[in-house]
Design a protein around this ligand. Sequence first.
Ligand SMILES: NC(=O)c1ccc[n+]([C@@H]2O[C@H](COP(=O)([O-])OP(=O)(O)OC[C@H]3O[C@@H](n4cnc5c(N)ncnc54)[C@H](O)[C@@H]3O)[C@@H](O)[C@H]2O)c1
Ligand SMILES: O=P(O)(O)OC[C@H](O)CO
Length: 326
Amino acid sequence: MNCFVIGNGGWGTALAMTLAGNGHRVTIWGPFEEEIETIRSAGENSVYLPGVDLPSEIKWTSDPSASAGTDLVVMVTPSRFYRSTLETFVPYLSENTLIVSATKGLDEKTHQRMSEVAEEVLHREIAVLSGPSHAEEVARGVPTAVTVAGSDFQTLEKIQAAFMGPAFRVYTSDDLIGVELGGTLKNVIAVAAGILDGIGLGDNSKAALMTRGLAEIARLGAALGAKPETFSGLSGIGDLIVTCASRHSRNRSVGERLGRGESLQEIMNGMKQVAEGIWNAKAARDLAEKHHIDVPITEEVCQIVENGKDPKQALHDLMNRDPKAE
Ligand SMILES: NC(=O)c1ccc[n+]([C@@H]2O[C@H](COP(=O)([O-])OP(=O)(O)OC[C@H]3O[C@@H](n4cnc5c(N)ncnc54)[C@H](O)[C@@H]3O)[C@@H](O)[C@H]2O)c1
Ligand SMILES: O=P(O)(O)OC[C@H](O)CO
């Protein structure tokens, strides 16, 4: 297959390597020619995926027209730039191109999932790939399992076959909403998990946070049309576990620094990689409010990120809510 990856960040690079490892011809696009030229000449994506030797067969470009005539497009631009980036590709994508979205975020203005944004831009449904998968490990061949979701099973099978390899296992799901929301809403809970690490709390605290975090993800997800059982799968609890626990997680790391007392501004100023949970906490909270869903952890993360609330006060407020049945 001719494959085209839109987004030269860590995840775009790891997915491009996975496809190239399966014998596909792969081109990866990034918005800044200078950045692309540096990667091309160094054979390393030193900003977003340092220390990984890139296969020479992968082509690097900043030209959207290079996507013309490709069989499979992977859209993995961070949520904040997703719509504007995809719009520049519209003239080059044919109806027959398989399109899969690997971004995990919400549109900050409209609160749409990324596949909804893509549908609006492209006037057709696309598939979604999500699951517990840090680029740092996928790029090094660490065994990983993810889910590809959509409504057309034949399309899903083609995407599954394109990515499947000895160290990358792909399951299919017909619950696009659930798979996409699991990968998105967990980012906010992972920021909270990092805050707990930064404050110096214990394993009990992390387990409680993840369990109650999953409860609010599933409540909100179901209200938004997801199947509740999807949140017990790779894209639900699987991704929540890896993001709340991993040293690779950007969301957890930002949370840890917040918990240690650094200001959000200070952290974001020195960071080129994205932490979607910081951008998406408000969108998730607003969606919950609109659908009358109780999301106390997301609400506290939102207060910390949006209003600078003291993380220790947020913890105190969470622990001192009214008694409830589980
Ligand atoms: N890194 C991972 O392990 C991983 C795994 C699964 C999913 N994801 C998701 O994939 C998406 C992309 O994350 P990533 O880790 O590849 O990114 P990254 O943080 O490694 O890199 C940031 C990306 O943003 C791009 N960018 C910056 N300014 C831009 C602009 N103005 N217009 C367009 N693009 C711009 C950069 O070119 C770069 O590709 C996110 O939604 C993330 O949650 C990441
Ligand atoms: O590094 P994070 O926190 O953006 O998480 C990356 C992936 O979503 C993990 O599956």
